[in-house]
Design a protein around this ligand. Structure first.
Ligand code: ACO
Length: 402
């Protein structure tokens, strides 16, 4: 028997981590291929035929990686019918964090009022969501945690070089989240294969804080713009088509599931031609893959959870069916996972009281955060006045001594 880190009752150690909640959020603003024709030398026809992308979402002025992640997280908690205080761990997979620190995960933890949760960001580019899901599932299966929230959230359009037509046409913004919960029922996350090949790191990246060139130039020594994404598309394309099939097959072997048992494959949404090549390598129909890159482009770590949410809403997964996730990207990193789907409570079975408690909790957190800020401002003000008063007093004392 093991105990949870939240003083919950002891639970048996043979456990499974099930996805019991999911949610997504994308900005309202749409940037079409035709809009891009006015920004760089490109065409709708080129982008559609080379990538399959028709449009993508762009975060507005008041939106951020954290605000999109928060929206997705709230929806996932609603589907899971779980209170934020039940969450043990929040992992945010992102390449576009709000800050280096505090983490986007900590911001979301505060806004949710998840007062008993640990929180951290995870950097594994477009593979990040699968990495995060596996880390959280392991924590649950080990018995140390009961509930985890895993979020993939990005504002990739803020790190684009809008003069580079090879990258700016590909990416979009959005977030997806899932709630993982401990259960004794067989299923949930069955296996994962996580891999990295840092020797290919030059193929795509975003040079940023910590880079040795930061203080010398707007460009890093290899010529890439600081804080902007660069990519060798052709090389990444070859890498992706090589690893997808291999990685899924390894995860299937680990899970003791056959490829013919899969009802759905949720791939990272990078390029339709990559997905078609993977289907050929795996000898499966392309229709087995969940695809929404035509509407959202490549949302990096958010692309798998967003595609998963849409596939679930389209009822592409039934209880007892198997699905595979496959992510690949910067690092280089790649990661695959096999899950056995068990679904979630139907909307009728969800507790209305929990719903009200969540809403009340979000209001309370907003109030508490604003109250804390106000308190801080008042105490800063008092400190300043006290400091001035002391200085005046010291001056008076000096004058008196003259
Ligand atoms: N519009 C018009 N022409 C273009 C554009 C554009 N937007 N971009 C490139 N071209 C031109 C090139 O200049 C080149 O012209 P040239 O032949 O005169 O030199 C020609 O089109 C072909 O360029 P390629 O780069 O060879 O085009 P390719 O077919 O490889 O497609 C693409 C490029 C779409 C980027 C593709 O390589 C790709 O999808 N790569 C994989 C990206 C990926 O999977 N990323 C995932 C990881 S993302 C992450 O981890 C954050």
């Amino acid at each position: 028997m093991a105990t949870s880190n939240n003083d919950m009752p002891p639970i048996p150690t043979v456990r499974y981590a099930h996805i019991v909640g999911w949610g997504m959020a994308v900005p309202d603003t749409i940037l079409t291929n035709h809009d891009l024709e006015a920004i760089v030398e490109t065409s709708d026809d080129w982008i559609r035929s080379r990538t399959g992308i028709k449009e993508r979402r762009i975060a507005g002025e008041t939106e951020s990686t954290a605000s999109l992640g928060l929206k997705a997280a709230r929806k996932a908690l609603e589907v899971a019918d779980i209170l934020p205080t039940a969450i043990d761990l929040i992992v945010v997979a992102t390449s576009t964090p709000e800050n280096i620190f505090p983490s986007t995960a900590s911001l979301i933890q505060n806004w949710l009022g998840a007062t008993r949760a640990g929180a951290f960001d995870l950097s594994a580019a477009c593979s990040g969501f699968v990495y995060g899901l596996d880390m959280a599932a392991q924590a649950i299966r080990s018995g140390s945690m009961q509930v985890a929230l895993v979020i993939g959230a990005e504002t990739m359009t803020r790190v684009m070089d809008w003069q580079d037509r090879g990258t700016c046409i590909l990416f979009g913004d959005g977030a997806g989240a899932v709630v993982l919960k401990a259960s004794n029922v067989e299923g949930g996350v069955l296996s994962a294969v996580l891999r990295s090949d840092g020797s290919g790191g030059e193929m795509l990246g975003i040079p940023t804080v910590g880079s040795e060139d930061l203080y010398h130039s707007d460009f890093s020594s290899n010529g890439h713009k600081m804080h902007k994404m660069h990519m060798n598309g052709g090389e990444v394309f070859k890498f992706a088509t090589r690893v997808i099939a291999e990685s899924i097959q390894q995860a299937l072997v680990k899970a003791e599931v056959g490829i013919e048992d899969l009802s759905l494959i949720v791939p990272h949404q990078a390029n339709m031609r990559i997905i078609q090549a993977a289907a050929r390598s795996l000898k499966v129909e392309p229709e087995l893959f969940a695809v929404n890159l035509d509407r959202y482009g490549n949302t990096s770590a958010a692309s798998i959870p967003i595609a998963l949410c849409e596939a679930i809403d389209q009822k592409r997964l039934k209880s007892g069916e198997y699905a595979a996730f496959i992510g690949f990207g910067g690092g280089l990193t790649w990661a695959s996972m096999i899950i056995k789907w068990t679904g979630a409570k139907t909307p009728d079975a969800r507790s209305g009281i929990n719903q009200q408690r969540r809403q009340f909790g979000y209001m309370r957190v907003r109030f508490r955060t604003q109250w804390k800020r106000l308190n801080q401002q008042i105490s800063n003000f008092i400190d300043r006045i006290t400091f001035r008063r002391n200085r005046i007093q010291r001056l008076r004392d000096k004058v008196d001594q003259l």
